[in-house]
Design a protein around this ligand. Structure first.
Ligand code: ACO
Length: 323
């Protein structure tokens, strides 16, 4: 018997405040046409006062629990992928644990910027396969609006806030590629590219800082590294691109999404795209896209999915799973 980490529920939360591209025209030398054509983004959600990474994560987790027909006490562990935890510590995950009303288990954050959810899925899978947890709530939640330099047009128009959650459960599989659940993972990082994407604050500066990005340099790495990690994960799983029903990519830029799909030999009608409505929500973008993809009727039980993401670090990776 092979143990697999199988998706039992998925959910998301988006703040009610929606900001259209045109709103930036009042304060910045930019316009809807530039943002739309260079990034594919049309609008994004921004958290209001009282909405934080942990409160949004809790809302997404509750939605996933509801779909699964389970309660918080049925969960062994909570992992939150985020770079924008409410406080330096404690972790957003322990805040979520308390907000969910969990009386046991354990909770911790994972920080791999935009690749955070892929890293969190991989770690949750390892906890389940090693028998340390039976059910793990894996959440991506971000309030990047808190680390935007609103005078920098090259970054502040690209990001948004939100949260998505996936509940994984240990289930017996036959050990083949028809099994539901996570079939393979691939994680990578290269700290020598730190200057391409970072936040210029933290405990060493005494400020939370602002996001700084050399967008075109990150772009250059993205398509190459994303297609390579997706191919590695597919090889490891024993599948190829003709088996894939959906790519669920990190939603940073439609041109990166299109370029990666092309390199993988997959048409865009096999790609879940939400970047137009959410912008780049960093670690939240993949679970948001999974939840929206299910709600739209695109992703169905038994479908073979490839998720891939790259972000600051650089850190990047992919997960192959059967939904
Ligand atoms: N409005 C108008 N003009 C702008 C804007 C704007 N909002 N932003 C930048 N420009 C200008 C620049 O100043 C530049 O002008 P110049 O040629 O006179 O110097 C011009 O547009 C072109 O700039 P580029 O940066 O070369 O534009 P590019 O086509 O590369 O698009 C973008 C920029 C959208 C940022 C793109 O590079 C991108 O998406 N990069 C990847 C982002 C990403 O995936 N990040 C990783 C995940 S994020 C994370 O991990 C937190």
């Amino acid at each position: 018997m092979t143990v697999r980490a199988v998706v039992k529920g998925v959910g998301h939360y988006l703040p009610s405040r929606v900001v259209e591209n045109a709103e930036f025209e009042a304060t910045l030398d930019t316009n809807d046409e530039w943002i739309r054509s260079r990034s594919g983004i049309e609008r994004r959600h921004f958290a209001s006062e009282g909405e934080t990474t942990s409160t949004m994560a809790t809302a997404a987790a509750n939605a996933a629990l509801k779909m699964a027909g389970l309660s918080a006490d049925d969960i062994d562990a909570v992992i939150v992928a985020t770079s924008t935890a409410d406080l330096t510590f404690p972790s957003a995950a322990t805040m979520v644990q308390a907000q969910l009303g969990m009386k046991g288990g354990f909770a911790f954050d994972i920080q791999a910027v935009c690749a955070g959810f892929v890293f969190a899925l991989s770690n949750a899978n390892a906890l389940i396969l090693s028998g340390q947890a039976k059910r793990v709530m894996v959440i991506g939640s971000e309030t990047f609006s808190k680390i935007m330099d609103w005078t920098d047009r090259s970054t502040c128009v690209l990001f948004g806030d939100g949260a998505g959650a996936v509940l994984l459960e240990a289930q017996a599989g036959a050990g083949g590629t028809d099994d539901r659940g996570i079939l393979s993972t691939d994680l990578n990082s290269d700290g020598t590219h730190r200057e391409l994407l970072y936040v210029d604050g933290g405990v060493s500066t005494g400020t939370s800082g602002y996001l700084r990005m050399q967008g075109n340099q990150v772009f250059r790495h993205a398509v190459e590294k994303l297609s390579a990690t997706a191919n590695t994960a597919m090889d490891r799983a024993g599948v190829d691109s003709t088996d894939v029903d959906w790519i669920v990519p990190h939603q940073a830029n439609i041109r990166i999404i299109q370029g990666t799909a092309k390199k993988l030999g997959l048409p865009m009608d096999k790609v879940v795209v939400t970047v137009q409505d959410h912008g780049n929500t960093s670690a939240a973008s993949i679970p948001l896209a999974l939840s929206v993809g299910v709600a739209r009727g695109q992703i169905k039980q038994g479908d073979l999915l490839v998720t891939e993401a790259i972000g600051g670090g650089l850190a990047w990776g992919a997960v192959v799973l059967r939904w």
